[in-house]
Design a protein. Sequence first.
Length: 109
Amino acid sequence: MAGQLINASSSNFEYKVNRLNISDESFNSTVIKWTTHSTQFGGLFRIPLSSLSGGWYSIEISANFSGGQQTASIKFGVGEVFLIAGQSNAQGVNSVSLYSTVAYDGGSY
C-alpha cells in the first residue's frame, strides 16, 4: 500500500491492519499490530502487505500534525476479482434455460 502524508510534523507514523468480518464489518482480529514506519522524500511511503491472505481488511494510520495526533482508517480487499460479462442469460435466473433470440440470417441486418 502506498500513500503520502502531507504537512505532517514528523517523518514517522504508525499503522496497524485489522481483518474484518464480512457480515457486519466488525474487527475479527489484528493481523499487523501497531508498527512505526518512516516516510521518504515529500512524505511518500510504501507499506508491504504481501503476507495478507484473501479477505477484507482495515488499515489504520496515525501521524502527528501541527493540530495534534490524527488517525485515518481505510477498508480494502485482498484476492481475486471475477467479472462475468455476456448477454442477459449470463445471470442464470432460477436455473431456467433461456431460448436464443438471435435473428441474424447471415445477410442483412
